[in-house]
Design a protein around this ligand. Structure first.
Ligand code: NAG
Ligand code: NAG
Ligand code: NAG
Ligand code: NAG
Ligand code: NAG
Ligand code: NAG
Ligand code: NAG
Length: 914
């Protein structure tokens, strides 16, 4: 190389730069940052200022102009273009790289053109010319640089001096290497495949760079060239090129050892650290190991020496065989990055390190060995965690989702399967915020009220609600903004359900239960034994129900189905009524509401499922009779107790002459209480009986279905639920009698049309237009064919309640009346397959006159008369008879033959909601 040309050349180059300066621009401030770090040109482009544009680098050849930088050029010429851990493009070049203007091996300059374009084709690129300078004079005899894409060795060419008088002579005899055209040099490689000698002019073709400078000769090689081999030193793979450069001139042969060896990897990872190991002594570089002496070991990050590695928690260790750098994952200087791999969230840590080892040995005086390595950990899965910080007292879910690096952002959230963007979520009232931690991580906090409509609520245990928040987070991960989903389920149970407590009381004929808290009925139901107690069952059992905003009021007649008779004695009954509060789903009994009262009842009949019949019979006769002489059909069956007007019997249906017969789906047991007449002995005929001819028929009805297991009668003697219904029917003509029954068995139905064929099912909403009639049918059940049903008073109200007001009468004393709001009209009843006894039926068409929309109920009180007079009661005079007559036969006793029916609700609606 022509040393003379140097300064000239440099002036020329500056001139050239000056000349072309007009079309080439200075780079914007901050875009480029450069320095000279330990004989390496180091340049960084600011990623943010590049604004995502495309860029290219050109190396300025001072003699021939710009050369585009590509990988092959880079590894041959001593350049590297990569990225730092923050994603900024980084360019490094050796001071011995191609196109560097070298001034006496001390001052170096290199000019790079940075071309920036918005297009991948680099169309309309802006070119920034960027000159860099390096000064470096502390050359070691041998310097080896292991870059990421090349290995470079440079050695001093002033041959080690021989210290004797001949030195000067010798030196003068040696060729001045720097003046020898490098083409005369040859390179000899020794590899397992043998020796190979090449002319320097051919080196570039094989990817090598061989040249000399004023005082040095250097060889640069890519990794894994054909002439290289891999050896393992202290467990680290090394790429090694054994070569000698030769200069021969007549009798002189100059040989320079240009062997180079660089580590290929040497990294290892634990969960928390990364370790980079480089051999201390590389045998091919240190031929006389006994003379080896390590001088300094330095480490650096991002091209900068770290004087005190401990400060950053880095660990630099070395022993005879190894140098090791250990970096905690996440340590300063490197960068943590979030990523998603195979659907798993995780992090990656990268750091750019270098090591500089200086040693001496007998052959080489000083060797400076520099390794530059960018290390990235493998993907480290890190399942995000959801932390439950729920505050049950405040009824707020507080859920933390973390921990994340700053390169993660929350973009959307799904609550209870409803997706929300962050803005929508805020609008919905969810609180979402980030909490940063001192170590730079953060978590996302979500607050949702238990009362939120998208929170699932489940009634559990006795009095608890289980609130469940289903959340599915969508986060955007890392610089690549990969979407990642994480779902979680957080639940919290709190005892916020109050089990209602009922209040019970009685009047003379009924038991009452007042049950609060019916707003929560979706959680539980009332049960009568195993049967659901709803409005329908209540009415068929003869209970009256009423509700207001807060309470359910249940009226249970003493002799209604379901009443338990705890103690039955002469004229006295201790009755109890139980309603179970059960959970809707599990049927688990939560609470039993119970009312228990003592009743003084002068007359009753109880027919127990075990077949026991208990009768307290009242016999008011004139003249009075001796109750001790009353008896059942079997005259040995006498009253257990008695007083002046009452007799108390207890017997089994299989005894005392009880007869049995079937009536429809009922089995009927019949007996008779009669009086054993006292015959007064008289002198002459006829015999005068002092006592009235008096008897009571006693009937017990059991449903056949329930009676099939007659045997069970005996095995369950203590059963206290009367399953049968009883009546006591006087047989006497006497006007003074009592029929011991609380209510007639009457049912009501609403027909779909005037034909009374097709009826609405119970519990089905009945919708009518204001012009349409409501067709009501009332049927008397379980009575003899000659009984006739009367609708006595019928009225319309807006509620179920018997006593509710306002009420509009539609029939009074069995007569239709024309009210101002409603009119009613009786419809005829003909016998049919369904209507066996037309006299047991009454039909009414009810119509509204106003067109007000509302919900209505039709109530009717009913009475029964007897045509054949076989039944006691009023004689039959037709539905609407003159009031004077009615008053005559509707004496105070008529109250005992009453019944009551209710129909509805019927919704009077305007629209076509049918
Ligand atoms: C060797 O260096 C000289 C001076 O820098 C240069 O002119 C020449 O092209 C270089 N040779 C090669 C093969 O790089
Ligand atoms: C030197 O350190 C390396 C790794 O740090 C270790 O494997 C080796 O055993 C050590 N050698 C000696 C002689 O302590
Ligand atoms: C950051 O700090 C939080 C809170 O102290 C901790 O839970 C988390 O594990 C830390 N993360 C890292 C990567 O150190
Ligand atoms: C819920 O029920 C449990 C017993 O099952 C009882 O100890 C607790 O006091 C009840 N809590 C409330 C609020 O009613
Ligand atoms: C969360 O949302 C993502 C994207 O909509 C979906 O693929 C994933 O199945 C959801 N996870 C759950 C548990 O619903
Ligand atoms: C969440 O936290 C609440 C309050 O500490 C606790 O009652 C509940 O059991 C927790 N839920 C889960 C699923 O961990
Ligand atoms: C409902 O009726 C119950 C029992 O009669 C009574 O205690 C309660 O105050 C009533 N509630 C309202 C809102 O009227």
């Amino acid at each position: 190389m022509e040393a003379v040309g140097y300064s000239l050349c440099r002036i020329w180059m500056l001139f050239l730069l000056f000349c072309v300066g007009q079309e080439r621009q200075m780079s914007p401030p901050g875009l480029v940052q450069s320095s000279c770090r330990s004989r390496i040109f180091w340049m960084k482009l600011n990623k943010l200022l590049l604004q995502g544009k495309f860029f290219q680098l050109e190396i300025n050849d001072p003699y021939a102009g710009p050369v585009l930088l590509d990988d092959r050029l880079a590894s041959r010429c001593g350049y590297i273009l990569s990225e730092d851990v923050w994603g900024n493009p980084v360019f490094r070049a050796s001071v011995l790289s191609c196109y560097v203007v070298n001034e006496a091996d001390e001052l170096f300059s290199l000019t790079v053109n940075i071309k920036v374009s918005s297009f991948a084709s680099m169309r309309a690129a802006v070119t920034y010319t960027y000159p860099m300078y390096c000064s470096y004079s502390s050359w070691a005899s041998r310097e080896i640089v292991c870059e990421e894409n090349y290995m470079e060795v440079s050695v001093k060419t002033d041959v080690p001096a021989v210290s004797n008088d001949y030195t000067v002579a010798w030196m003068s005899a040696l060729p001045e290497t720097q003046n020898v055209a490098y083409q005369v040099w040859q390179l000899m490689f020794v590899s397992p495949s043998g020796r190979k000698r090449i002319l320097v002019s051919d080196a570039a073709k094989l990817g090598y760079s061989f040249n000399n400078t004023l005082s040095r000769v250097y060889l640069r090689a890519p990794y894994h060239s054909n002439e290289s081999e891999i050896s393992v030193v202290g467990g680290v793979d090394m790429n090694m090129i054994t070569s000698t450069s030769m200069y021969r001139q007549r009798w002189l042969l100059l040989l320079i050892d240009m062997t180079v060896s660089c580590p290929l990897d040497g990294t290892s990872f634990t969960d928390t650290t990364l370790t980079w190991t480089v051999p201390s002594i590389i045998p091919t570089l240190v031929l006389q190991e006994s003379t080896f002496l390590s001088k300094t070991i330095l480490m650096g990050v991002d091209g900068l020496h770290i004087v005190n590695p401990d400060k950053n928690n880095y660990l630099l260790e070395h022993n005879k065989t190894h140098i090791a750098v250990t970096i905690p994952i996440g340590a300063e200087g490197g960068k943590l990055k979030s990523s998603v791999s195979g659907g798993v969230y995780g992090i990656i840590y990268s750091i750019d390190l270098f090591l500089e080892h200086t040693w001496t040995d007998a052959d080489w005086q000083t060797t400076k060995y520099t390794v530059i390595k960018s290390i990235t950990t493998p993907f480290m899965p890190q399942i995000p965690t959801v932390i439950n910080n729920t505050l049950p007292e405040e009824k707020i879910f507080n859920v933390a989702f973390g921990h994340f690096l700053p390169d993660v952002s929350l973009v959307a959230i799904t609550i209870g399967n409803v997706p929300f963007t962050l803005r929508e979520a805020q609008h919905q009232g969810y609180k979402i915020y980030e909490t940063p931690f001192s170590n730079g991580t953060k978590e996302f906090i979500l607050e949702v009220s238990f009362d939120d409509p998208y929170v699932l609520k489940e009634y559990v245990n006795r009095n608890e609600t289980k609130y469940t928040l289903l959340v599915n987070y969508t986060i955007s991960v890392g610089p690549e903004m990969i979407p990642y989903y994480h779902s979680a389920e957080v639940e919290c149970m709190i005892a916020d359900i109050e089990i209602p407590e009922a209040v019970g009381y009685c009047d003379e004929e009924n038991l009452y239960l007042i049950i609060p808290g019916f707003g929560l009925h979706q959680y539980w139901n009332l049960y009568l034994g195993t049967k659901l107690l709803n409005r329908h069952t209540a009415h068929t059992n003869g209970y009256l129900t009423a509700t207001n905003a807060t309470h359910l009021i249940l009226q249970i007649p003493l002799f209604a189905v379901g009443v338990i008779y705890e103690e039955v004695s002469f004229q006295k009954i201790k009755a109890r009524f139980d309603v179970a509060l059960r959970k809707v789903r599990t049927m688990e009994t939560l609470q039993t509401f119970s009312v228990s009262c003592n009743f003084n009842s002068p007359a009753f009949i109880l027919c127990y499922p075990d077949g026991t019949v208990i009768i307290s019979a009242q016999m008011k006769t004139v003249p009075g009779i001796d109750m001790s002489r009353t008896q059942l059909r079997d005259s040995s069956c006498k009253p257990k107790e008695y007083n002046k007007e009452h007799a108390f019997f207890k017997f089994h249906v299989t005894t005392c002459g009880t007869s049995v017969r079937f009536e429809g789906d009922h089995i009927v047991y019949e007996n008779e209480i009669s009086y054993e007449k006292e015959i007064l002995p008289g002198q002459s005929q006829p015999t005068i009986t002092r006592d009235p001819d008096y008897s009571l028929t006693v009937l017990c009805y059991y449903r056949t279905k329930e009676t099939v297991m007659l045997g069970a009668f005996i095995s369950k003697p203590s059963a206290s639920h009367p399953s049968g219904s009883g009546t006591i029917v006087p047989r006497s003509n006497s006007a003074v009698h009592r029929r011991i029954r609380q209510a007639l068995n009457v049912v009501s139905r609403v027909s779909k049309s005037a034909s009374f064929v097709d009826f609405y099912e119970p519990n089905v909403a009945i919708l009518k237009r204001p012009t349409e009639s409501v067709f009501l049918e009332v049927e008397l059940k379980d009575e003899s064919p000659d009984a006739e049903l009367y609708l006595d008073n019928c009225w319309v109200t807006g509620s179920l309640d018997f006593n509710s007001t306002p009420r509009w009468n539609i029939t009074v004393d069995g007569c239709e009346i024309n009210g101002s709001e409603y009119v009613a009209e009786f419809c005829s009843v003909a016998a049919s397959s369904r209507v066996r006894h037309p006299s047991h039926f009454k039909r009414l068409a009810v119509r509204t006159l106003t067109h007000r929309l509302k919900q209505v109920y039709v109530h009717c009180s009913v009475v029964v008369c007897s045509a054949a007079n076989t039944l006691p009661g009023i004689p039959c005079r037709g539905q609407c008879s003159p009031s004077t007559e009615r008053n005559a036969f509707l004496g105070h006793n008529s109250a005992h033959f009453h019944g009551y029916v209710l129909a509805g609700p019927v919704w009077i609606v305007e629209s076509d909601l049918r």
